[in-house]
Design a protein around this ligand. Sequence first.
Ligand code: AMP
Length: 284
Amino acid sequence: MLTVHDADALSDALSDAQRPVGFVPTLGGIHAGHLALVERARRDCPTVVASVFLNPLQFDRPEDLERYPRTPEKDLAALAAAGVDVVFMPSPDFAPAEPTVQVAELTSRFEGEGRPGHFDGVTTIVHKLFTTVGPDRAYFGEKDYQQLLVVRRMVAEQGLDVEVVACPTVRADDGVALSSRNALLTGAQRAKAATIATALGAVAGGWDGDADTARVRLRRRLEDTDGLDCEYADIVDAATLEPVEGETDAPARAIVAARIGGVRLIDNMALKAVGRRGRAGRPT
Ligand code: AMP
């Protein structure tokens, strides 16, 4: 595996790369969720590039950026073992002083509301990474569901020739979605974090298309957990992220952000489209 730190070295490394080139952008703190994206890219593409760049533009709180796990040596070892060909690890000045690429829709609610400027930071850096790496396919996790939709929109609006591939969320045995931030949780906090996945799982398991009831159940379960401060919990349309009112036949998503201690966690689950007979409680 080759590790490069600037665009010229990257372009040399990829000059005769076999296409398609698959790309996995990360903030570092590599875990099995990231490695599942690498594995998928490996299956699809003869050349796999990953990036490790702790993008300062997407952090609205300096203390969040400060606390974010930084484990470059472990990251490189894990990416090499997973079969990455080239790691792009640019220096901090890769980020411009101000965001330059924005997506208007999909970005104002949820993560955009709780973290002002967050998505402008994401789209600016993902756009710069895409134009620097020049991948054919880029792999993103459903764990960051809103980010996945925003990146897809950015690619369409900017006319980039990159296929964005969505990969399922990887969870630990207790159901918690793997995240670099989980390392910051104490044992007791971790047990509270598990209630997020349990609440989402209960809603997904009992989903019959009734968004109002599902929303109330989801919020009640989270509010009943001491020490868990729910920022949002909602049932949204899977394509537009608009909150669903009443009943729906369309694919939906249950989405949650919560703080446990100083640690902010997000998670979501698919609510599969149900036919009318499914809503009546009969198998479809
Ligand atoms: P991050 O380093 O947190 O920006 O994550 C880099 C990529 O890995 C993003 O596309 C994330 O959605 C994805 N990712 C992070 N955690 C998981 C997980 N538990 N399962 C699947 N993908 C994940």
